[in-house]
Write a protein that binds this ligand. Structure first.
Ligand code: NAP
Length: 247
């Protein structure tokens, strides 16, 4: 798909990886709908940076775990932009507890609600508009944790593995409408989500990356652009992880 003049929705685009994806898509000429949940000011900054590329950009508040809010947001986006061509599901949270012995049930539920059900909600609300145009690209930001567990908690890993399963399933179902569904599985990427982890855990994670460094949000955005541009790829999980495959 040519990205220029398309309409992209990016969830969790006020910061980190989502911000880099929104700005990269804007640079490629796409109009961008920027979702956030708390940081209105930061989302606004991303929108004003995006408009420097000569595209339209607007911000939309919605908690992705709440289907009603998501549906209203998607309807507003279609009213404002006329269509949805590209959806990047990115909004996610990192849990505070990492051991099965400590994880409160409420934290388990919240991580699944935001990281997994949140992706489903946004896809469910957006897909009818893509079907109408018989064209669409969906990219789900998963994680290396969804393929090999890791140290950030079984609820986080389960949500990300769920995203990968959902990607395979939806890729099959939506092919008939000319909609591709792919995932990107980043390793540790230098964002607030990582910088808020305890130093000891951060060092442990960094030592496990064969390239010896965290990735950048822009490196994830590069993979997203590839998956949008290459029409013959669907149901794929693209690792962007500095060679981080084994514990
Ligand atoms: P981040 O810097 O913490 O940013 C999270 C973004 O998600 C923010 O824009 C935040 O909005 C938004 N968000 C959080 N909860 C939301 C909700 N309920 N509804 C709507 N938006 C919500 O995170 P990041 O590191 O960029 O991570 C982005 C994605 O990549 C996540 O899915 C994460 O699991 C995945 N990932 C990250 C890494 C990594 O190492 N950083 C590695 C693998 C995968 P506000 O600013 O409004 O709070």
């Amino acid at each position: 798909m040519e990205i220029s003049n398309k309409v992209s929705v990016i969830t969790g685009a006020s910061r980190g990886i989502g911000k880099a994806i929104a700005l990269r898509l804007a640079k490629e000429g796409s109009h961008v709908a920027i979702n956030y949940v708390r940081n209105k000011e930061k989302a606004g900054e991303v929108a004003s940076l995006a408009t420097k590329y000569g595209v339209k950009a607007k911000i939309y508040r919605a908690d992705v775990s709440d289907f009603k809010s998501v549906k209203a947001m998607i309807e507003n986006i279609v009213n404002d932009f006329g269509r949805i061509d590209i959806l990047v599901n990115n909004a996610g949270i990192m849990p505070s507890h990492h051991s099965i012995l400590d994880i409160p049930i409420e934290e388990w539920k919240r991580v699944i609600d935001v990281n997994l059900t949140g992706y489903f909600n946004v896809i469910k609300a957006s897909v009818p508009y893509m079907i109408k145009n018989m064209e669409g690209k969906i990219i789900n930001i998963a994680s290396v944790a969804g393929k090999m567990g890791g140290t950030v908690g079984p609820h986080y890993a389960a949500s990300k593995a769920g995203i990968i399963g959902m990607t395979f399933s939806m890729a099959q179902e939506l092919l008939r409408y000319n909609i591709t569904v792919n995932a990107v599985a980043p390793g540790p990427i230098e964002t607030e989500l990582i910088s808020n982890l305890p130093d000891e855990l951060k060092d442990r994670i960094r030592k496990r990356v064969p390239m010896g460094r965290f990735g950048t949000p822009e490196e994830v955005a590069e993979a997203v652009v590839f998956l949008i541009k290459c029409d013959y790829v669907t149901g794929e999980v693209l690792d962007v992880n500095g060679g981080y495959y084994m514990d």
